[in-house]
Design a binder for this molecule. Structure first.
Ligand code: ZN
Length: 335
């Protein structure tokens, strides 16, 4: 069965020294190591060591073969978003990353689809890059769950979402700059607790801010099975009903109504949790995702679904139909 993994991260093998070029900022650069790996350096601080499977498209294809998966939807690593930078500099960085991702997809059309990144901190600049992303042939973009700590419901972001709808570009919302991060660094809590909360923050903001309501054709996928959103939908709905004066101020529609309107990936690491997600949004809205090549990802790429108690049509939806729908892909591209 065709498998499309819609949540994977990639970087170019080399990054320009943007901090030196722009004269400020903690832009990421790559320090190549003698053992073949590379250290990501943020400003002067070590961020993370990455292996060649983070940038080598052929190694990735081979690794994916061992996991019975043909297609990877690649996007950048959220630390590259750089929404804190001056818009024109973030635009230059975004263009560099988008050109690379478009090239990877063009080189290997049966194995790669790409998502772009844009300077969300400035709507006009973001929209110019959205138009270029469309010309590059990428079917969508990845954005952060907040933009410099502003919620996605802020009106300044609405023109970007509107442009995505008009240009027919899909959106993947990825948690980053997690809430509570400064006070809970221990035990990897920003990743284990902050990320699911952050994705729920994004989904609640988009729903309560009326983004989904005003842009019904906008195709959004929330990472990590929607984070905490779907697991706490009962609480969120109850809050909407009991305190509409706080919750329903910008959109009078019950948040539960949006289940089945957006997509989520399947990254739950738990068969029962995935069944709960499917019960709430339908398998046609659940996409195979892995978060490859990072350790918190599902690095056997949906093996728990292959071996799990799911019927063939559910598997077909998760493994390819949902992503084909979300990104409006042509299945024949991969055959
Ligand atoms: Zn990810």
């Amino acid at each position: 069965m065709l498998k499309i993994d819609m949540h994977t991260h990639i970087l170019p093998a080399k990054l320009p020294r943007f901090a030196e070029k722009f004269g400020y900022g903690d832009f990421i650069y790559l320090d190549q190591r003698e053992d073949g790996a590379a250290d990501m350096i943020k400003g002067k601080d070590y961020f993370r060591t990455i292996q060649p499977n983070c940038w080598d498209e052929q190694i990735r294809i081979e690794e994916y073969k061992t996991n019975n998966t043909q297609v990877q939807v690649v996007c950048t690593i959220p630390v590259m978003f750089s929404y804190w930078a001056k818009p024109k500099d973030c635009l230059e960085l975004s263009r560099f990353l988008n050109d690379h991702i478009a090239q990877v997809a063009e080189n290997n059309p049966k194995n790669y689809v790409g998502l772009g990144t844009v300077p969300m901190q400035d709507a006009n600049t973001a929209i110019t890059e959205l138009e270029r992303i469309k010309e590059l042939g990428l079917p969508g973009i990845q954005i952060g769950s907040n933009i410099n700590d502003k919620n996605l419901s802020e009106e300044e972001f609405f023109p970007i979402f509107k442009a995505c709808e008009e240009l027919d570009l899909a959106i993947m919302v990825h948690p980053w700059e997690m809430l509570g991060m400064p006070s809970m660094k221990k035990y990897w809590l920003p990743w284990l607790v902050g990320m699911p909360a952050e994705t729920s923050r994004a989904a609640c903001s988009m729903i309560f801010g009326g983004v989904h309501e005003r842009l019904p054709k906008l195709r959004v996928c929330y990472s990590h099975a929607g984070g905490a959103f779907i697991g706490t939908i009962g609480r969120i709905e109850h809050g909407f009903n009991c305190r509409p004066d706080l919750v329903a101020i910008d959109n009078p529609v019950n948040p539960r109504e949006y289940l089945g309107n957006f997509w989520v990936d399947c990254i739950t690491h738990d068969e029962k949790a995935l069944k709960y997600i499917i019960d709430h949004v339908g398998s046609e809205k659940v996409c195979l995702g892995s978060d490859y090549p990072f350790p918190l990802g599902d690095l056997t790429i949906g093996e728990f679904i292959e071996k799990g108690d799911f019927d063939d049509s559910t598997k077909a939806n998760i493994f390819h139909n949902s992503t084909i729908d979300w990104l409006k892909l042509d299945k024949s591209q991969f055959i």
